[in-house]
Design a protein around this ligand. Structure first.
Ligand SMILES: C[S@@+](CC[C@H](N)C(=O)[O-])C[C@H]1O[C@@H](n2cnc3c(N)ncnc32)[C@H](O)[C@@H]1O
Length: 240
C-alpha cells in the first residue's frame, strides 16, 4: 500500500477525476443508516469525500455534518449543492475540532481501508470514539470476498485508489480492543453486494421495475447474501 491515500493533495486530485461519477451513484450507506438507525439524533460523516451519504441523511431531515480534510472538494460541494441542509466542515479525522461526545452517531465509509499502519488506525478509532456518544460505525472492504480482493489487486496496478486494506471481523475486533475504547457491544453486518443490482435501472439491458424502491429493499437484502459475496463489513460499535 502506498501512503498516497492519506494525503490531502492525493485526494484533491483523485476527486477531480472521480467526484461526478461518484455523485451519480446511489447513497447506499445513507439508505442503510437511515433504515438501521432511523433519523433521530445527530450524525457525523468522517472523511466523507463526496459526502454523498451524509447529504442524503441531511436532506431527509437528519441533523448531519459531512467532513473531510480536502478543502478543494468541500468548496466544490458547497457550490454544487447550494440548497443542501448538510453542514460541511473541514476536519482532519485524527484531530477533530468537535467536543467530546457531541454527536450521537459517527461513520466513515471506505476510510479505514486507507491505513495499513495499525497504530494510525488506533488513533483514528480513539478520535472517532471521543466525539461520539453512542454509535461508532465504519464500513470497510471485506477480506472474505475473494473475487473482490482479486479485482482490486488487478485494478491497483493501474490506479492506486484500489490499493486498499481489506479487513476481517476478527481483525477489526482485535484492533478495537487494542484501541482501549470502552464499548458495550461490537457487531458486524453485511453491506453491499449482489443485492445492489436492484439499483441498476437496466441490468443487462432489461428494465428493472424495482429500481424505484431499491433504497428500501436492498439494505434489507444484504443480510441474506453469503459473506463471500458481500462487498463491505459494517463494523458497528455501541459505545459504553
Ligand atoms: C475513499 S474516500 C471516502 C469516500 C466517501 N465515503 C464518499 O462517499 O465519497 C476517502 C476520503 O478520506 C479523506 N481523508 C483521508 N485522510 C483524511 C484525514 N486525515 N482526515 C479527513 N479526511 C481524510 C480523503 O480526502 C477522501 O475523501
Amino acid at each position: 500500500m502506498s501512503d498516497d491515500l492519506t494525503t490531502e493533495q492525493y485526494w484533491a486530485e483523485a476527486w477531480q477525476r472521480h467526484l461526478e461519477t461518484y455523485l451519480g451513484g446511489p447513497p447506499r450507506a445513507g439508505y442503510w443508516l437511515e433504515q438501521r438507525f432511523g433519523k433521530d439524533g445527530s450524525v457525523l460523516e468522517l472523511a466523507g469525500g463526496s459526502c454523498r451519504d451524509s447529504r442524503w441523511l441531511a436532506d431527509r431531515g437528519a441533523e448531519a455534518i459531512g467532513s473531510d480534510f480536502d478543502e478543494k472538494t468541500l468548496d466544490y460541494l458547497r457550490d454544487r449543492f447550494p440548497q443542501s441542509s448538510l453542514k460541511l466542515r473541514r476536519e482532519d479525522s485524527f484531530a477533530l475540532s468537535l467536543d467530546d461526545k457531541s454527536v450521537d452517531l459517527s461513520f466513515s465509509n471506505g476510510f479505514w481501508i486507507c491505513f495499513d499502519d495499525d497504530e494510525r488506525l488506533l488513533k483514528l478509532m480513539r478520535e472517532q470514539a471521543r466525539v461520539t456518544r453512542k454509535w461508532m460505525i465504519a464500513l470497510v472492504h471485506n477480506r472474505g470476498n475473494d473475487r473482490l480482493l482479486r479485482k482490486f489487486a488487478r485494478l491497483s496496478k493501474q490506479d492506486s485508489l484500489y490499493d486498499v486494506r481489506f479487513f476481517s471481523p476478527d481483525e477489526l475486533t482485535r484492533l478495537i480492543d487494542a484501541s482501549g475504547i470502552a464499548y458495550k457491544s461490537i457487531s458486524y453486518e453485511k453491506f453491499g453486494g449482489p443485492a445492489d443490482v436492484l439499483f441498476n435501472r437496466r441490468p443487462k439491458g432489461i428494465w428493472n421495475p424495482f429500481a424505484g424502491i431499491a433504497r428500501h429493499v436492498s439494505p434489507r437484502l444484504y443480510r441474506l447474501q453469503p459473506w463471500r459475496r458481500t462487498e463491505r463489513i459494517a463494523c458497528i460499535v455501541e459505545l459504553a
